[in-house]
Design a protein around this ligand. Structure first.
Ligand code: NAP
Length: 244
């Protein structure tokens, strides 16, 4: 077993916000177990993080219950326990509602909804038995405040539902000492958005720019430390959800 005494599971740790979170948690002294569909991208992430035995990549499709089971089994086998789960893996598509195909709807429901529910179930079982733990989900500001100029109904429906589910699960798990919170970013400078779109996307936010990955990671680290905060959805969105 590793010498670090805390372990975080981060879904979608091979790119963007998840990779930034892996780096931030490693700096805090955590062991990091990261998932993603592509074993090759996880290997590249491991090389970039250069954390040796303190990083474990577990490949699998997050929308499948067996992936979540494997993720937790391997994390517990290697590090003994899981202290924090960050549900981060996700995909995004903005276009008029009638243009979404059934395949795209299934993919978004699988990755963005089931990909949060199954790991959260594994975490809820493990953490309630241990009477401690923290579940943090990366949702989206659009789930709190839809925007007419960013048509993304599936993101609004799924991330908005997850914001509510965060509150509901917080109430269910509070008696077991497990906290459940969400971070709701506006647009973030990750590979999800081409760099040439960043300036225009920034103008959608009252603060006039998009977020850095570090700004999202800072909010997640705060929630990972906060023992008396549960059932919150913390916008990190430059004022996007504050109103128009
Ligand atoms: N970037 C933004 O502007 C923004 C704004 C609001 C919310 N968010 C949320 O932040 C989270 C991270 O986004 P990001 O910008 O960092 O995206 P990203 O750079 O595209 O990274 C997504 C990560 O999720 C993994 N992933 C995707 N589908 C998966 C699946 N079915 N099973 C397992 N892993 C999967 C990817 O690895 P593989 O491809 O190898 O599977 C990758 O590691 C998402 O939940 C997103 O909705 C992002």
């Amino acid at each position: 077993m590793s010498k670090s005494d805390k372990t975080v599971v981060i879904t979608g740790a091979s790119s963007g916000i998840g990779l930034g979170l892996a780096e931030a948690f490693l700096k805090e002294g955590y062991n990091v177990v990261g998932s993603g569909r592509s074993a090759g991208r996880l290997q590249a992430a491991a090389a970039q993080l250069n954390a040796g035995e303190r990083f474990l990549g577990v490949a699998g499709d997050g929308g499948k219950p067996e992936s979540a089971k494997k993720l937790f089994e391997q994390a517990i086998a290697k590090y003994g326990k899981v202290d924090v789960l960050v549900n981060n893996a996700g995909i995004f598509s903005a276009k008029p509602f009638i243009q979404f195909t059934p395949e795209e709807m299934e993919e978004q429901i699988s990755t963005n909804l089931k990909g949060v529910l199954y790991p959260s179930q594994e975490a809820a079982k493990h953490m309630s038995e241990r009477k401690q733990g923290k579940i943090i989900t990366i949702t989206a500001s659009l789930g709190m405040q839809p925007a007419g100029n960013v048509p993304a109904l599936l993101a609004v429906a799924i991330k908005g539902g997850l914001n509510q589910a965060t509150r509901a699960l917080a109430l269910e798990l509070a008696p077991f000492g497990v906290t459940v919170n969400a971070v709701a970013p506006g647009v973030v400078a990750s590979p999800m958005h081409a760099p040439e779109s960043h300036a225009a996307l920034g103008r959608l936010h009252p603060l006039g720019r998009i977020a850095t990955i570090g700004e999202v990671a800072a909010a997640v680290l705060y929630l990972a430390r906060a023992d008396y905060v549960t059932g919150t959805v913390m916008p990190v969105d430059g004022g996007f959800s504050a109103g128009r």
